[in-house]
Design a protein. Sequence first.
Length: 303
Amino acid sequence: MAETTPDWIAADWGTSHLRLWLMSDTGRVLDRRSSDQGMGRLTRDGYAPVLNAALADVLPASGRLPVICCGMAGSRQGWAEAPYAAVPCAPPGAPQATRITCDHFDVHILPGIKQTAPADVMRGEETQIAGLLAATPGFDGIACLPGTHTKWAHLSAGEVVSFRTFMTGEMFALLSDQSVLRHSVQGPGWDDAAFDEAVSDAISTPANVAARLFGLRAAALLEGLSADTARARLSGLLIGMELAASRPYWLGQPVRIVGEDGIGAAYLRALQAQGAEVATTPAQDITLKGLTAAYAQLKDTTA
């Protein structure tokens, strides 16, 4: 139960999950909630009922709660499409949001960002970038946002100048769960040395990665390569190949990785080995900072 009725709601509505923060007007988190009712499980008329159910105990007796929402709820298949802003641009905020008034809520869905050459899009990560800029005013450098589709964004003067997306996380999932490598990489452990070596190999000779990937299967059959080592090598090869392609972003630039644990820690280790100037920041905290910045804009426009 929440401590008191919130003044507004921060929402990160992704493909697989909904994350909610119940917020005071001063920016204090009163409660946190989550649901597996992501965009991928909902039709357009399903969003309001999910929000009602998740916040049933804190609905106002009158009026509507402001909701600042980022993520896939604003996609073409989501609650309502929030059109992309085009780079170079500041991360879109409340003035650019798509507004939905329904039931007990006044919902503001933040837009994503698009790039035409080369073609690329992001939706949700722009709010993390807004949070990163709010947490580190004046930061000029690179934001690395690891995930299923990792983003590298060049930030300067408060704007996203350019960005590139790499499907490294999805490739890892497909190869480890659905390819011939699934027989060799299923294990709970990890091998740091194997990861480091694979990253270095892939950065040095990315053209050989496809052959090195099959080598994991062969080494398991012929040499008894452990699943822990094979899994670490698979991750290292894919991340190393990505770092080879994204070198123009991170080489000689300060890098902030959004995410401290798991895959964020792997990117940190890989970049440190290359001598990059790199640090991490917690992903959920940064998302909330971005949503809070958008709420501040909303208050300014309605004051």
